[in-house]
Write a protein that binds this ligand. Structure first.
Ligand code: CP
Ligand code: NVA
Length: 331
């Protein structure tokens, strides 16, 4: 039987397909309990610390509500209100928090920061997004796909990430697909692809699970036959807003619109980790609109609000899957 007790959750490359399967099943089980109103305070009395060096809506709320549902207390630390990285190193922060808490979530910059935290904390550390990876998002995403196509129903299907395929979400989607035997396609310009090193690592994993990994700049090829069309914002947190002009030039051909969705499989669904830029009624949206005149960016409003969109199921599943990650590693 699989046990993840005491483990860190830093990137999915560290986990076997069986361990990922276990987290998916646990997420579905916890979701059913939540919907049935069945209490599941399995970790009563434990405490978790949530470090956010970047902003968040879904991930923070999923950790806080998930912790409360499991009977735990959560302490939120935002970068401006703690000493982390300014007056105190990651190593020292890790050793202090490790004495007080049973588990630590970290969202921030380089993957090496969360790895260092894990090395020194002495308690499980969970990656809530780094520049390179967003692993908790992937458990929610595959759960969402399986709710559509059946448990284990993704094997042999094609998942395509459109646009900034080398960002944390694109990288992580390639990893989870390779691990689970799902055909993955990164569709975007050469400049925005996952690194050669990560592609090589994932191809080696895929060779064992029977998955394929395709990189293509061609939208027709990327969309053709895909069961899932996935995209993400064109400029990620931590990147300069000066990049918008260049990214719009490079990524506009990969905008997920009705014409592109029509090229995918007839039963295809649309996914997006969110936040999304289909709606310019946001501060950054207005800025980009004023500068470049584009009302819609990586996805059109029509697709985002349309019948193929699963984005809010996906957002809800962040709660159930993050709860599964905390429970599995702390029990
Ligand atoms: N998808 C996601 O991680 O959203 P937040 O940035 O709101 O946490
Ligand atoms: N790629 C995005 C994901 C946000 C959840 C970012 O890093 O900003």
């Amino acid at each position: 039987a699989v046990s993840l007790s005491g483990r860190h959750f830093l990137k999915l490359l560290d986990f076997t397909p069986e361990e990922i399967r276990y987290l998916l099943d646990l997420s579905a089980e916890l979701k059913a309990k939540k919907h049935a109103g069945e209490p599941h305070r399995y970790l009563e009395g434990k405490n978790v610390a949530l470090i956010f060096e970047k902003t968040s809506t879904r991930t923070r709320c999923a950790f806080e509500v998930g912790a409360a549902d499991l009977g735990m207390h959560a302490v939120y630390l935002d970068p401006s209100a703690s000493q982390i990285g300014k007056k105190e190193s990651i190593e020292d922060t890790a050793r202090v928090l490790g004495r007080m808490f049973d588990g630590i979530e970290y969202r921030g910059y380089g993957q090496e920061r969360v790895e260092t935290l894990a090395e020194y904390a002495g308690v499980p550390v969970w990656n809530g997004l780094t520049t390179e990876f967003h692993p908790t998002q992937m458990i929610a995403d595959v759960l969402t796909m399986e709710e559509e196509f059946g448990r284990d129903g993704m094997r042999g299907r094609k998942v395509t990430f459109m646009g900034d395929a080398g960002n944390n979400v694109g990288n992580s989607l390639m990893v989870v697909c390779a691990k689970l035997g799902i055909d993955f396609c990164a569709c975007g310009p050469a400049e925005q692809m996952p690194s050669d090193e990560l592609v090589k690592t994932c191809r080696a994993v895929a060779a064992e699970t029977g998955a394929t990994i395709t990189l293509t700049p061609d939208v027709d090829e990327g969309a053709r036959g895909a069961s899932v069309i996935y995209t993400d914002i064109w400029v990620s947190m931590g990147e300069s807003s000066d990049l918008w002009g260049e990214r719009i030039r490079l990524l506009s051909p990969y905008q997920v619109n009705a014409e592109l969705m029509a090229k995918a499989a007839p039963d295809a669904i649309f996914m997006h980790c969110l936040p999304s830029f289909h709606d310019r009624e946001t501060t950054i949206g207005e800025e980009v609109y004023e500068k470049f005149g584009l009302p819609e960016l990586e996805v059109t409003d029509e697709v985002f609000e349309g019948p193929q969109s699963r984005v809010f199921d996906e957002a809800e599943n962040r709660l159930h899957s993050i709860k599964a990650v905390m429970y599995a590693t702390l029990k």
